[in-house]
Structures are given as structure tokens and as C-alpha cells.
Design a protein. Structure first.
Length: 543
């Protein structure tokens, strides 16, 4: 009898324990979870309910506390918060998938051959477009001219965007359609001349002449491009992208695709600068949905270093007749910054050269005055004068940088800047130390969208071939913990989203990624070969 009573008592206890278990949608177990929380803790399991993390801890404890509808055993694989790209061009990635891929072409002749293949495979296009050429990768590092394009494509216009997006190579047919002559000029841009005539290269604002006559994709085309870009991003573990400069129409399109379930990736939209955009959004104010945030404007101070459009304080070491140029005057940059300061919008300004950085840091400081929570950002922060670094700390300015820019530019950056000035370039550790945080992005499609390429470039300061041995300017490499935070929690902070995501913690949206090997422990040379196995957004597996 006593034994029977004990058995009954045990059964009742078990039933009571089961009845007190909390309900959950999913239990992720047997994992190596890097939470990226304030103490950088690790765990082996977590529970998801209604698209959010409900609890994080040991597999045994969570299994005893929660009754999950399903359980996923990850077999010890590493898990990280969903990766952010805090500076990208999401629609731009979709657009380049429709163009000739010129990235990595080792010569102008190879560019032309790739274009011929593209034209054969796309016989109905009215323009031949492409992106990714970089004369710095060629034996002849001078800007190309139109002649080879004219021979290969005499009857169809050609427009080829340089890898950095700040120069356009066109043929004579395109020049005629755009009505570009030797007298064509525009502030913040340059029509490169040869023997007194347009040579075929347009830098920065001069690209507008051709873009005005280029066929424009309609909304259906853009929707298709966005979905194609999302497919790429999800396969690489990206769950949030920061869209660095898009129009109100594109913002509305992304919002509509989100609302109809045709797009899932989260988007932090930086509104393209322009008077109509300013008037519209300053009146409307910031807004946020579950997938889309609009609370920032993208400003451009200068161009790119590779095309010598970056604005330097002293002339280029390899072209002493120029110091580059600003895309907007200091007065206009300050006027716009004042408007944003009077609003609740964030200012995110593209600054490559040390002059552009100096000007914008001065303007920011004049308005911000002291430490603050406005989270204004300098995008790229690529070449910074030694006397300007402290301003990031004084005015709580966030450096939003792209680690692969360092390893893409290292072959010729010394030529552009000289041995002294280059020490203030790609200074990620020095920038990070100002406020103990930094945001790491890619600027895709300028660079590859794979965030692990940036992780590798930040910690090893090497390219895909693990060159140079020992790393490039290693005094500004960052440790792996900081690199992971820069593409998760710190990137979320840069978007005012750290309360929503960026770490694996109870109450936050269940965005996470599963990799095939642990980027916190594998040798540097294995980082770029790491593969994404799963990508989850809001507790839903999308890859």
C-alpha cells in the first residue's frame, strides 16, 4: 500500500510539473550560443515564443521549464545574433544582378570580353550596363577611355559603374545621348577630358548626365530586384540591412512588400538627401514598423578615394594637381545638418577624405556641442586627421565603417595618400576606442555582401588570399569579440534598435544565424570559407 501511494504521489508530481511548464513555439538546443549581450555570455539553448526570444540558458533547464511545440537540435553548431549590415545598398545589390559583373576583371580587355558575353546573353537590352571595374587592379592604373567600348559597341550605349559607385565609364553613343561635351560641367563632379574632349569617364556628380537618360526600372522591376537581393542576403546570414540612401518611392515599395509578406529582411532606411525628400519626411517625422525603420537621412560630403573624388586637406600624392572635391558646399552641408538637428532624424554622412571628415565633424560638433544620444554617424570615416579623432568621443559620433575597404584599397592607398597620411586611414581600432563601439558594414554592392569577409578583414587585415602576411596596418585591427559586436549589438545601437535586436536575450526579436564553424575560434584563414547553415528572422527560418 505504501509503495502504491508513493507511486501515485510521484505520478501526481510529474503531472503537476508538466502542467506548470510554460508554453513555447520552439526550443533550440545543443548549440554554442554567442548572445552578444552586455557580458558577452554564451549559452547552449534558447526558447522562442511569438517571434521573440523567451529565455536563454542551459538545455536541461529550459527543457524542464518549457513545453515547446517543436525542438531543434543543432548538433553543437555555433549560433549568433542575426548579422547586421549597417551600411549597404539593398536595391543596388538587386540591380547589379541584372548587369554585367565586372568585379575582379584584371584588365580593360577583360572588361570588354565580359561585356560581349553579357550582350550575347541579353540580346534585347537597349543599354549595356555593368558594375565593378577598377583600374587599380590593372597593369595600367590610369582611367580607361571610351575607344575600346566604341570599337566593340558602336551602336548601343554602354554605361559601366566603377566598383566604388563614384565614377562611370561610357562610350561615345552614351555621351551623345546624354549631350555631354567638353563644356559640360557640374559642381561636385568632373568630366574627364582627353585632347580637349570627353574621354568617357564621369566622376561623382557628373554621372548624373548619363543617369538622366538611362532607362529606369519600374516598380515591378524594383520589387523583383529587392526579392533577389534578399535571397542573397539571407544566404549570408544578414537579417537587417541599413539602406544607405533611398527614395520615398523605394521606401514605400519596401514597406508594401513587407506588409504583403513578399519581403522579410529588416531594413533601416536612410532617406536620400534632396529638398522634396526633406520637406516630406521632416513634416511626416520618423516611423517604424516590425520590419522597416525610417529615422535617418543620408548625406554625401565627398566621393571615393579610388576615383580621386574623396576630398583631401592636401593634394593627392599621386596626382598633386587635385585634392578631390566636395559634393555639397560646407554651407549646404551645415544647412541640412541644422534642419536634421531641429528634428528627430539622424544624420548619416558619407565622408572618405580627411577634409570631408574634418568639415563634417566640425559641423556635427557645432550643433551637438557635447555628449548626447542623437547617434549621428559618419559613414566610412575612411581618412581621418589625427587631430580629429577626439571629436567622435566628445560629440558621441558613431563611426560606421567597412572593413573590406581597407583590404581592397591597401594595394594603392599609400600611392593616393602617402606614407604619413595613410596612417589615419582605415583606423578601426582608433575609431572604436573613442566611444567603445563601432559599426561594421560592407557598402555592398561596392564590396561583397558577405559579412564574414568584413569580419576577417577587421581582425586579420588581410584579403581573400590571406595577403599580406601578418596583416595590413595591424595596429588598427580589432579583436573578434569587438568584430562580432560591431555587426550585431553595436550595429543595432547605431540604428536605435538595440532594444529590439542585436543580441540573443529575452524579449528581443528572434533573429539569429547558424554557421558551420565557430568564427570566434577557427584560424583566420578559415573565416572566409565559413558557411551559413540557417538564417532566422522573427523566429521563422528563411534560409
Amino acid at each position: 500500500m505504501i509503495r502504491l501511494l508513493l507511486l501515485c504521489s510521484t505520478a501526481l508530481c510529474l503531472l503537476w510539473a508538466c502542467s506548470t511548464k510554460k508554453k513555447a513555439d520552439l526550443l533550440i538546443t545543443n548549440a554554442r550560443v554567442y548572445t552578444a549581450d552586455s557580458i558577452f555570455s554564451t549559452a547552449e539553448a534558447f526558447v522562442i515564443q511569438d517571434g521573440k526570444f523567451l529565455a536563454v540558458g542551459s538545455a536541461q533547464d529550459l527543457a524542464s521549464q518549457y513545453d515547446a511545440d517543436s525542438t531543434a537540435d543543432l548538433g553543437g553548431k555555433p549560433v549568433y545574433p542575426g548579422f547586421y549590415d549597417p551600411h549597404a545598398h539593398f536595391l543596388g545589390l538587386g540591380q547589379v544582378l541584372d548587369q554585367a559583373d565586372l568585379v575582379g576583371a584584371s584588365s580593360y580587355d577583360e572588361v570588354v570580353e565580359r561585356l560581349k558575353t553579357f550582350a550575347t546573353n541579353h540580346p534585347n537590352v537597349t543599354w549595356i550596363t555593368g558594375r565593378g571595374w577598377d583600374q587599380n587592379d590593372w597593369a595600367d592604373k590610369t582611367f580607361p577611355t571610351k575607344e575600346k567600348l566604341d570599337v566593340a559597341f558602336p551602336n548601343i550605349p554602354v554605361a559601366l559603374t566603377r566598383v566604388d559607385g563614384h565614377a562611370l565609364l561610357v562610350n561615345s553613343k552614351a555621351l551623345r545621348l546624354a549631350q555631354i561635351t567638353a563644356g559640360s560641367s557640374v559642381a561636385g563632379g568632373e568630366v574627364i577630358l582627353k585632347n580637349g574632349q570627353p574621354a568617357g569617364v564621369l566622376v561623382d556628380n557628373a554621372m548624373q548626365f548619363v543617369r538622366r537618360v538611362l532607362p529606369r526600372p519600374d516598380l515591378a522591376d524594383k520589387a523583383r530586384m529587392l526579392r533577389a537581393a534578399e535571397k542573397v542576403c539571407l544566404s549570408l546570414g544578414l537579417t537587417t540591412v541599413s539602406d544607405a540612401g533611398i527614395s520615398p518611392d523605394e521606401i514605400n515599395l519596401i514597406d508594401s512588400l513587407h506588409r504583403t509578406g513578399k519581403l522579410n529582411i529588416r531594413d533601416y532606411a536612410m532617406v536620400s538627401l534632396g529638398e522634396p525628400n526633406l520637406n516630406y519626411f521632416l513634416k511626416r517625422g520618423p516611423f517604424q514598423t516590425d520590419r522597416l525603420t525610417v529615422r535617418s537621412f543620408k548625406l554625401y560630403a565627398d566621393g571615393a578615394l579610388g576615383s580621386r573624388g574623396a576630398c583631401l586637406r592636401k593634394p593627392y600624392s599621386d596626382r598633386p594637381e587635385t585634392s578631390g572635391f566636395l559634393l555639397l558646399s560646407p554651407a549646404e552641408l551645415e544647412r541640412v545638418s541644422k534642419l536634421l538637428y531641429a528634428s528627430n532624424f539622424q544624420a548619416n554622412t558619407h565622408c572618405i577624405g580627411d577634409s570631408a571628415n574634418h568639415i563634417m565633424l566640425t559641423i556635427y560638433g557645432k550643433l551637438l556641442k557635447k555628449a548626447n544620444n542623437r547617434r549621428w554617424r559618419i559613414e566610412h570615416a575612411q581618412v581621418v586627421s589625427p587631430e580629429d579623432f577626439w571629436k567622435y568621443n566628445r560629440y558621441s559620433i558613431i563611426p560606421s565603417v567597412q572593413p573590406t575597404h581597407a583590404t581592397s584599397d591597401m594595394y594603392w592607398a599609400d600611392d593616393r595618400l602617402g606614407p604619413v597620411r595613410v596612417k589615419g586611414a582605415y583606423a578601426f581600432r582608433d575609431l572604436m576606442k573613442q566611444n567603445n563601439r563601432i559599426a561594421f558594414g560592407s557598402d555592398f554592392p561596392v564590396e561583397a555582401p558577405n559579412p564574414l569577409f568584413g569580419f576577417h578583414a577587421a581582425v586579420a587585415r588581410q584579403d581573400a588570399r590571406n595577403f599580406p602576411k601578418g596583416g595590413y596596418q595591424m595596429d588598427n585591427a580589432v579583436d573578434r569579440k569587438s568584430a562580432l559586436l560591431a555587426m550585431t549589438r553595436w550595429a543595432a545601437y547605431a540604428n536605435f534598435e538595440e532594444h529590439l535586436r542585436g543580441s540573443i536575450a529575452p524579449g528581443k526579436q528572434a533573429d539569429f544565424v547558424v554557421l558551420d564553424q565557430d568564427i570566434m575560434t577557427v584560424p583566420n584563414e578559415q573565416l572566409r570559407t565559413t558557411k551559413v547553415q540557417q538564417t532566422w528572422i522573427g523566429g521563422k527560418r528563411l534560409f
